[in-house]
Design a protein around this ligand. Structure first.
Ligand SMILES: [Zn+2]
Ligand SMILES: [Zn+2]
Ligand SMILES: [Zn+2]
Length: 138
């Protein structure tokens, strides 16, 4: 197991206390977080710093953005060795229509999608909608 420091360093991100805390917060959360979730968790922190940290994490493939169709962008940690490449790294997400939570389905990679000649895929977003384990009571 790599420590958070080692992990950030391996992605050439300078280690700061804030970055470590945000990483830890996302790692402990099974559910994808919105920016306001992160803001609420660190209500004493400077917002600009929070946004910048998430942006840096996103650029370095530490977190990925999730568009679950609710119109609010969510963020979740990437798996290790993720480069956020469509063909190899992207996975499906599950959105619970009852509690509005979204989780990564990392076992389910995005299948190969053939686009017509001349089309260039930049992002794929596949969301399964339904009821999560907590809401279904199972
Ligand atoms: Zn990723
Ligand atoms: Zn639910
Ligand atoms: Zn995900």
């Amino acid at each position: 197991m790599k420590t958070i420091e080692q992990l950030l360093e391996s992605k050439s991100i300078r280690v700061t206390a804030m970055r470590m805390l945000i990483y830890k917060f996302l790692a402990e959360n099974r559910v994808a977080a919105t920016l306001s979730d992160i803001e609420n968790a660190f209500d004493k922190a400077d917002r600009t710093t929070l946004y910048r940290t998430i942006k840096t994490f996103e650029e370095k493939a530490i977190v990925h953005k999730i568009d679950d169709g609710t119109g609010i962008t969510k963020y979740a940690l990437c798996e290790k060795d993720c480069n956020c490449e469509i063909e190899t790294d992207l996975h499906l997400h599950f959105h619970c229509t009852n509690c509005n939570k979204t989780v990564c389905l990392t076992e389910n990679k995005i299948p190969q999608i053939k686009v017509p000649d001349g089309f260039v895929s930049e992002n794929v977003n596949l969301v399964v909608k339904g009821i999560c384990d907590k809401c279904s009571g199972q």
